[in-house]
Design a protein around this ligand. Structure first.
Ligand code: SF4
Length: 1024
């Protein structure tokens, strides 16, 4: 029963009978759970699953919600509507392209795309009154941000321009009006919509077109909205239009957690909603003490641990967090993915935490906006792209030298930098000079030569090779992908997926700018990374289980066993209000909002911290550094002081660890250098005094100096030798010329104990790291509940070669689609659109017009191969049209989806076309653009048989016939199937699922499979 285990208030929300309902509840009170249970209840009561629309605030939240709802629903269905408001608008505009007068092939563009567009055409923009500060990418990213804000508040470019034209407006506002218009004009020229346009257009369509509104209402009788408090005006209005047509609408909200609403209008949405209200009063997530610290107004289970840390500085703060997490993982068995470290900015404090966690070999991942560009492997490739396009980029060269595959020792790195400075050479030229230097050991010289070889190969192709190929070759040349491919660790998989994503970004860039060089791509991607843009395409599905380091606002909707919230000094929490120019002038607002004020800013920051604190189930640490980088004393946030008072907590001091992991020798040398200098002046000053202990002071000073030498020798010891192995020989050497007194001081020093202890810690960590093999790829399997989610193509891929399945679906290495694959997709899309608007009434010119529009959008070029394909497509579509007109068929569904449970597994698919036959039966048709196969060759084909099972399960439709339609050859090949065949198909799916669950990924190479496999370049089995 969906209502089992729910509180009476939740049950009331779940079984609400009609009209709108508002569900209010604090953190962890089960609002989302109530929405999921309501979805299930509606389905159990007879509502088709497709008739329930569930909306939430972000794509990851929508993905998580969909998985939970899919788990809860047992009944087969076509396709669940669980998405963001943007996602809903995109679908609505696709379905209603004709009514919206939109190009049916239009794709929404991301902020990164728009930044690239503005950067490419910056000469057409007037930027006299905007301060570029030498960084146009950052300024244009700010412009894009402001345009997004305006669109969210339903302010169009025209409205803005009319307002800015008034006499009292500033020149900067007028200039911005021009930028807004130019931005929209450039998008329109490309036939593209940004996310704001999606909302504005869908809202206008729903508002002004009764037919569209009626169709939307018919499709979605029930509406569920999560995190309603954070919807912006355009979203609220759009959802409102949908809700008016639906039979029931349930909105879940918590104004105390509103952190996204413009001008901190936290209560606006909730207050404006005229609906009966249910209140959820008990938190199932946070323990009492955490709720008290966060000032939450709900009840919770007693207990919970809240600590307050005052760290010496940011590094000490990060080290303390890493040490505490390591201890809890080792001693208490806490899972790393049960821990979150929340910071204001992943780009800043997040890096410090990442370094500290890495030092302790604690698995972690940086999450959230721009985190993709902070990933080590992505920074490695970016460093190479930057240094290849600008050899003077010393930062990039240093990173490339320090990281694999070069890994130059830091002391040699320092020498090379010195050569560059002294001889005033760029870093690459300095490296050439360094190879002549007698100071460099042969091994280091070899490493530099390796770097120079890589540099030469890359630089030679920078202006000649296509950006996407260049990036792929660079990744291969650096060995970033190949060396790791067979390791099973989850973080390795994530690294591979990230690298593949970077290649994909290059491919998309090529589609937009087919003539661009790799050098231009390098500049573009560096600008996007620099501007810190959220790269929607860069978010990677599937992630290694590890401690999550994320920005506070990204943690919304998540929960963890232990949460560390850092950077809570008053200068940042609440900190000063950022005074850029007003994002939306009052006169342009279409709603009444609180005025911008310091108090509103403070309240918003308070809610942000409230959200961060209430992500914790049982342990919460609130920390701040008491000294800034410049050494200034900082005060704790007043909110944290309030929390401390609320739970009677005390500040705990956290020091920087000088002998921290991986840094012990360098840190010790740094500390000792200071001591030696102090001793020189102190002891030197006393030499003239008649004191008995002067000789002893001198001995101490000499020994300190010798210890400094000892550290120098240890730092430069041969690679692979431990401190323990090296120390005796160094001590013997240094001890040779000592007096008896000096020897006594030397031998009684505790430095060796420190060093040996740190060395053994390092080794322990290294072996822990090596032993941290996670042979299981469990976290990466496409799970749904106890089983898997599978499609016909998944089954087919696994049957072809299990290793291919692993590359494609477990590692999820996206491959650049070949021209033929893109062509196939285009032909599918054209045929779908042809039939969607009544193929029988369409002329051939209209069909070819669709091809023309899709061809332009698909980024096809003018190569011989592409020209041939186009000619083939025109010929094939002409024949298709003629056949369709002369032998009318009755297509009743296009691209119809199905999903059903098979054992524990969820099987999904989408049928290209379903025709009604003259005798009333149905035929399932799948389009193909490859060479036709004979009926005999299709004997063991799984796809259509699985579709037939899907049609029966999800649509209660027994298909009389199934056929492949080879469009280019105008050949329809029927596939006969008996009921035994259907049993065979379900058995096959279950066997494949067992194989995947058991992680059986042994390759089955064959000429037929490998010759068309996208992964042969990385597959060792293909080398045999
Ligand atoms: S190249 Fe061959 S063996 Fe390797 S994954 Fe592809 S199909 Fe399997």
């Amino acid at each position: 029963m969906p209502t089992d285990g729910l509180t009476p208030a939740q049950r009331q929300a779940v079984t609400h009978a009609g009209g709108p309902l508002l569900v209010l509840g604090g953190p962890g009170t089960g609002k989302t759970r109530a929405l999921i249970a309501r979805f299930q209840w509606l389905v159990d009561e007879g509502a088709p699953p497709e008739s329930v629309l569930a909306l939430t605030f972000s794509t990851p939240a929508a993905d998580a919600l969909r998985v939970r709802i899919e788990d809860a629903i047992d009944r087969p269905y076509e396709e669940l509507s669980v998405c963001t408001v943007h996602g809903l608008c995109a679908r609505l505009l696709r379905d209603e392209a004709a009514e919206a007068r939109l190009d049916p092939f239009a794709q929404p563009v991301t902020p990164a795309d728009r930044l690239a567009m503005l950067l490419e055409r910056i000469d057409e923009l007037t930027l006299r009154r905007h301060d570029l500060r030498g960084n146009p990418a950052a300024l244009l990213a700010g412009v894009i941000d402001r345009i997004d804000r305006l669109k969210e508040e339903l302010v169009t470019a025209e409205e803005y321009a009319a307002w800015a034209a008034e006499a009292s407006r500033s020149g900067q506002e007028r200039e911005f009006a021009g930028l807004y218009r130019a931005h929209d004009r450039m998008l329109a020229e490309r036939g593209a919509l940004d996310f704001g346009d999606l909302l504005l257009t869908a809202h206008r369509l729903l508002r002004d077109n009764a037919r569209v509104r009626a169709r939307a209402a018919e499709r979605h009788a029930h509406l569920l909205v999560d995190e309603y408090q954070d919807l912006n005006l355009a979203q609220v209005e759009t959802v409102g239009l949908l809700a008016r047509g639906s039979a029931t609408a349930v909105f879940a909200a918590d104004p105390e957690q509103s952190i996204l609403r413009f001008r901190g209008a936290a209560f606006k949405n909730v207050e404006a909603l005229d609906a009966p209200t249910v209140r959820l009063e008990r938190s199932f997530r946070c323990h009492r003490r955490i709720l008290d610290a966060a000032g939450a107004k709900v009840d919770g289970e007693s207990g919970g641990d809240v600590a307050f840390w005052r760290a010496n500085n940011e590094r000490a703060q990060a080290q303390a967090v890493a040490a505490d997490i390591e201890r809890r993982i080792v001693r208490e068995g806490l899972r790393p993915d049960e821990v979150a470290v929340l910071v204001r900015s992943v780009r800043n404090e997040g890096q410090e935490v990442a370094v500290a966690l890495e030092e302790r070999a604690v698995p972690f991942r940086l999450v959230g906006a721009a985190a993709f560009f902070q990933r080590a492997e992505i920074r490695d490739v970016l460093a190479w792209l930057r240094l290849l396009s600008d050899p003077g980029d010393a930062g990039a060269v240093v990173r490339a030298l320090a990281r694999p595959p070069v890994e130059l020792r830091s002391v040699d790195l320092a020498r090379c930098i010195q050569i560059s400075r002294r001889r005033k050479l760029d870093m690459v030229s300095a490296l050439v000079a360094a190879t002549e230097s007698p100071q460099l050991p042969p091994e280091s010289r070899e490493r530099i030569l390796h770097f120079l070889r890589l540099h030469k190969a890359g630089a030679g192709q920078l202006d000649t090779v296509r950006p996407d190929l260049f990036v792929q070759r660079l990744i291969e040349r650096l060995g970033l992908r190949r060396q790791q491919l067979f390791a099973a660790q989850a973080d390795v998989v994530e690294r591979l997926v990230n690298l593949a994503k970077l290649s994909e970004l290059a491919t998309q860039y090529v589609r937009r700018s087919p003539q661009a060089t790799a050098r231009e791509f390098a500049r573009y991607i560096a600008a996007v990374a620099e501007a810190g843009l959220r790269e929607e395409e860069a978010s990677v599905a599937g992630a290694a289980p590890g401690v999550q380091v994320m920005a506070m606002h990204t943690a919304k909707g998540r929960e963890f066993e232990a949460v560390y919230v850092l950077g809570l000094q008053s200068a940042r929490m609440p900190g000063a209000r950022r005074r850029t120019f007003e994002p939306i002038p009052d006169a342009l607002l279409h709603e009444e909002l609180p005025a911008e004020s310091r108090a509103a800013h403070v309240a918003e920051m308070r809610r942000l911290l409230h959200v961060a604190m209430t992500r914790a189930r049982s342990r919460l640490v609130l920390a701040y550094p008491e000294r800034s980088e410049a050494g200034a004393i900082m005060q704790p946030s007043p909110f944290v002081e309030e929390a401390r008072t609320a739970v009677g907590g005390t500040w705990e001091q956290r020091e920087e660890e000088l002998f921290g992991p991986a840094e012990s020798l360098h840190a010790a040398a740094r500390a000792l250098r200071g001591e030696v200098l102090d001793a020189v002046s102190a002891v030197g000053g006393r030499l003239g005094e008649l004191r008995l202990d002067t000789d002893l002071d001198v001995s101490h000073a000499i020994v300190r100096y010798l210890e400094l030498l000892k550290l120098g020798a240890l730092i430069q010891r041969p690679a692979g030798q431990s401190v323990e192995e090296t120390l005796p020989a160094i001590n013997a050497r240094l001890g040779q010329g000592l007096s008896a007194e000096q020897r006594e001081v030397f031998e009684s020093s505790t430095l060796d104990d420190f060093l040996l202890g740190a060395d053994s810690d390092d080794r322990r960590r290294a072996s822990a790291l090596a032993a941290r093999s996670e042979p299981s790829l469990e976290a990466f399997l496409p799970r749904r509940g106890a089983g898997l989610v599978l499609s016909a193509s998944d089954v087919d891929t696994y049957l072809t070669c299990p290793l291919k399945y692993k590359f494609a679906r477990v590692f999820r290495i996206p491959q650049e689609p070949t021209v033929n694959q893109r062509f196939g997709i285009l032909v599918h899309q054209v045929l779908e659109r042809y039939h969607a608007v009544g193929g029988e009434s369409k002329t051939l010119a209209e069909l070819l017009g669709l091809l023309e529009a899709g061809w332009r959008r698909g980024g096809f070029g003018d190569s011989d191969e592409e020209r041939q394909l186009r000619a083939k497509a025109i010929e094939a579509l002409t024949r298709y049209h003629e056949r369709f007109q002369s032998e009318p068929a009755d297509p009743v569904w296009l691209e119809r989806a199905f999903a059903f449970r098979l054992g524990d597994h969820l099987v999904r698919g989408r049928v290209d076309r379903v025709d009604r036959l003259p005798d009333g039966g149905y035929e399932l048709i799948d389009y193909k653009t490859g060479r036709p196969k004979s009926a005999a060759q299709l004997k063991s084909d799984v796809q259509l048989s699985l579709y037939a099972v899907g049609a029966r399960e999800a649509w209660q439709l027994d298909a009389a016939q199934q056929a492949y339609y080879y469009v280019l050859d105008d050949a329809k090949v029927p596939v006969e199937r008996s009921s035994e065949d259907r049993d065979w198909v379900t058995d096959t799916v279950l066997e494949v699922a067992d194989g995947i669950m058991g992680q059986g990924f042994e390759p089955t190479p064959s000429y037929a499979a490998c010759s068309v496999c996208d992964y042969r370049i990385v597959c060792p089995a293909a080398e045999r």
